[in-house]
Design a binder for this molecule. Structure first.
Ligand code: AP5
Length: 216
């Protein structure tokens, strides 16, 4: 099964994709994570993407579609969760081509419907383990022992550079202008399922499970 998680910054795409990867043997393909890895490694792609990401704008369609193609090839045919991709009409069309070339198809586009004002709080409170990447939140998901990662015991945490209010507003404007308009492309194919992204993490997960299990 191949699915897209679609929603604005902070809607919970990464949270739900990680859970699906852990529970269903699917692979999370996050273009945001791939680009951050490229920036950290100082690759040519990373050098091009760094300033664009810090402004909250979109990296070029060609770069992100090439990254997705490479990861599809290295993921060995496992079901894919597209997290943060596609974000433009050109990317949506590129994804159709990438899947068709590999004899695969999209099963669902899951739209996480959210209230944008609440998202600023979600994003600016987010942090993650510097060692294993497990995600936390100042209000919604603290480590069980304060200052110690639940998953690996590390005591070092990091916050994303683009998680400040000004950049978040630009990221949301980009979403409204370029990403939301691709929904009809999938609606006309009957692929879109909407979930309430303002519910708790577990409730959102249950809604997604119901869709993937064919109950909705
Ligand atoms: P990317 O990394 O994709 O960021 P984003 O889309 O802005 O999404 P986020 O990671 O901020 O949010 P999320 O929906 O994953 O939420 P999360 O689960 O973390 O992209 C970053 C940048 O890279 C872009 O701005 C762009 O420059 C570039 N880029 C990436 N892909 C691109 C593409 N395809 N084309 C062009 N450029 C691209 O949740 C947020 C917080 O809320 C967490 O702390 C979490 O614990 C908490 N939370 C989650 N769910 C809930 C809930 N239900 N209730 C309460 N709290 C919750």
């Amino acid at each position: 099964m191949n699915i897209i998680l679609l929603g604005p910054p902070g809607a919970g795409k990464g949270t739900q994709a990680a859970r699906l990867q852990a529970n269903r043997g699917m692979v999370q393909l996050s273009t945001g994570d791939m680009l951050r890895e490229a920036v950290a490694a100082g690759t040519p792609t990373g050098l091009q993407a760094k300033a664009i990401m810090e402004r909250g704008e979109l990296v070029s369609d060609e770069i992100v579609s090439a990254l997705i193609g490479e990861r599809l090839d290295s993921s060995g045919g496992q079901g894919a969760i597209f997290d943060g991709y596609p974000r433009t009409q050109a990317q949506a069309e590129a994804l159709d081509g990438l899947l068709a070339k590999r004899g695969r198809r999209l099963d669902y586009v899951i739209e996480l419907a959210v209230d944008e004002d609440a998202l600023v709080k979600r994003i600016t409170g987010r942090f993650s383990c510097a060692k294993c990447g497990t995600g936390y939140h100042d209000t919604f998901k603290q480590p069980r022992v304060p200052g110690v990662c639940d998953a690996c015991g590390s005591t070092e945490f990091v916050r994303r550079k683009d998680d400040n209010e000004q950049t978040v507003r630009t990221r949301m404007a980009e979403y409204r202008a370029k990403t939301e308009p691709i929904l009809p492309y999938y609606e006309q194919r009957g692929l879109v399922r909407k979930v309430d992204g303002m519910a708790s993490v577990d409730e959102v997960a249950a809604q997604i499970d119901a869709i993937l299990d064919g109950a909705r």
